[in-house]
Write a protein that binds this ligand. Structure first.
Ligand code: PGA
Length: 253
């Protein structure tokens, strides 16, 4: 299975000039560094999706949305449907990022509806799950992860499960500089895999990619991805620096 490196650019690249500079340096550094390595998915703000698809999409680079809505069309001011994202050439969509859960009160039920919408439109969902600092301190990590998974996967059939990518993102590690040990990551990966085996059987569960996300950089990628044998990483801040992002890609490729 090819490793996957997702760049979540969040609410950045504020001008056309800034966006174009990013794209130029990404292309330049990609040619030098990361060709033939891990699969790359870049998730820019929605206003830049089309330009990213036009400029970067190729065999090994895909574009994804940072969020989608579950309805296809209609009176949902401000929302963007999975079909719209698919129709402009995206292949992936991040669903249930902890910042969406925190600032927009997204629930596991919302996330379930978004996953089903993405799957219906042939977009690959990158589903984020993870515990808070308090939950970890209270020893509730496995319980929280299992509840998030069970609720978000309600009515997702076995024929679709291998299309979903999961990103284990401890909330306390996102946007901070704290990271879990590789044993802690491995433990959560086993919890996720076990639940998928119980729900969908071993042969489907083994094909599901499980990433790590939260303060990933080129210096800690061995600890958070290589050692716990994750299938890739989800990168926030460092994805804004193409050179650094592509260094991560080449280290795990
Ligand atoms: P970070 O963000 O790498 O800046 O911690 C991670 C994320 O958005 O999931």
């Amino acid at each position: 299975m090819k490793k996957l490196v997702v760049g979540n650019l969040k609410m950045n690249l504020l001008t056309v000039a800034e966006r174009d500079r990013y794209l130029e340096s990404f292309q330049r550094d990609f040619e030098k560094k990361a060709k033939n390595s891990a699969e790359i998915v870049l998730c820019p703000p929605a206003v830049h999706l089309e330009k990213f698809v036009e400029t970067l999409a190729q065999e090994n680079i895909f574009v994804g949305a940072q969020n989608i809505f579950w309805e296809e069309r209609g009176s949902f001011t401000g929302e963007i449907s999975s079909l719209m994202v698919k129709n402009i050439g995206c292949k992936y969509a991040i669903i249930g990022h902890s910042e969406r859960r925190k600032y927009f009160a997204e629930s596991n039920e919302d996330i379930n509806a978004k996953i089903k919408s993405a799957l219906k439109d042939n977009l690959i969902p990158i589903v984020c799950i993870g515990e808070s600092q308090t939950e970890r301190k209270n020893g509730e990590t496995a319980e929280v992860i299992m509840a998030q998974l069970n609720q978000s996967l309600s009515d997702v059939p076995i024929s679709k499960i291998t299309e979903i990518v999961f990103a284990y993102e401890p909330i306390w590690a996102v946007g901070s500089d704290a990271i879990p040990t590789s044993d802690e990551i491995l433990e959560v990966k086993i919890t996720i895999r076990k639940l998928l085996v119980e729900k969908y059987g071993a042969s489907a569960a083994e094909k599901v990619r499980i990433l790590y996300g939260g303060s990933v950089n080129s210096k800690n990628v061995a600890q958070v991805c290589v050692e716990p044998q994750m299938d890739g990483v989800l990168v926030g801040r460092e994805s804004l620096i193409p050179n650094e992002f592509l260094k991560i890609v080449s280290l795990i490729g």
